[in-house]
Design a protein around this ligand. Structure first.
Ligand SMILES: Nc1ccn([C@@H]2O[C@H](COP(=O)(O)OP(=O)(O)OP(=O)(O)O)[C@@H](O)[C@H]2O)c(=O)n1
Ligand SMILES: C[C@](O)(CO)[C@H](O)COP(=O)(O)O
Length: 232
């Protein structure tokens, strides 16, 4: 494999943020001095790892055109889709003719603004010679329970359970084909699951616990705390 293969970034940013219960999609909430999506994109740009960043934006989004970063020379806007996987596929299509089939694509949630350059480069350096690719993930520190209703039916061996983070790094052509073949399947909540369904075995690379996805109201303050602690 060629270890100097180009890397592209895809950022799904077309969600409505239902669980956040805010007055706007969570990627436009302000964290310190900037919106969540500006932090996320700045971190991708500052890593200097990417040829360009394709961002999937809803057609009903009035906030995106107001941000200066929307006109950054490295940023390409693509139409968002119904589900996250549809948005990712749309952003991949916006890279058609630019990315080669074997190039790497790192897909990263707009809602994860605390990603560090160190984790981006760790993922790329760990997987650059891999045939399939893989994802940042977190191991489980708690004892895990299988629950039905509110009753524990079993304890689960934690050494086999990891929490999937983003970025998720796959080859451009393989990821596009996998998302096309699994289109409409509600079980595809990340890129790895599309590849898994087709029989591939993506790798995991242990990431940092501060790379949280802003999902519920309390996560905004936590993200701000993490950012204040980071020196990356
Ligand atoms: N149709 C969609 C749905 C989600 N996303 C993006 O995928 C990422 C992760 O999804 P999630 O945290 O579930 O975001 P939302 O769908 O916005 O949140 P919720 O499920 O609470 O509505 C977010 O950056 C979100 O903007 C997207 O691009 N297109
Ligand atoms: C891609 C992801 O962030 C990895 O944890 C996650 O699968 C998105 O899931 P969600 O339920 O749509 O937030």
């Amino acid at each position: 494999m060629n270890s100097t293969q180009a890397c592209w970034a895809v950022v799904p940013a077309a969600g409505v943020g239902k669980r956040m219960q805010a007055d706007r999609p969570k990627q436009y909430l302000v964290l310190a001095d900037k919106t969540v999506i500006e932090h996320t994109l700045n971190r991708l740009i500052q890593s200097a790892a990417f040829q360009a960043i394709a961002v999937a934006i809803s057609s009903e989004d009035p906030y995106w055109p107001e941000l200066a970063i929307a006109s950054h020379p490295q940023v390409i806007t693509a139409p968002g889709g119904k589900e996250r996987a549809d948005s990712v596929l749309s952003a991949l299509k916006a890279l058609q003719g630019k990315a080669d089939e074997q190039d790497w694509v790192l897909v990263h949630d707009a809602a994860r603004p605390c990603l560090t350059s160190a984790d981006i480069h760790l993922l790329i350096n760990s997987l650059t010679n891999d045939a399939v690719g893989g994802i940042l993930a977190l191991s489980s520190h708690d004892t895990l329970k299988h629950v039905e209703g509110n009753t524990i039916s079993a304890s689960v061996d934690r050494k086999h359970i990891w929490r999937a983070l983003t970025p998720q790094m796959f080859r451009y052509g393989m990821l596009r084909d996998a998302l096309q073949q699994t289109e409409g399947n509600p079980a595809i909540t990340d890129e790895a699951s599309a590849l898994e369904l087709l029989g591939y075995q993506p790798k995991i690379v242990e990431g940092r616990p501060d790379n949280l996805k802003i999902t519920r109201p309390e996560d905004l303050a936590l993200a701000q705390f993490y950012m204040e602690q980071q020196d990356d």
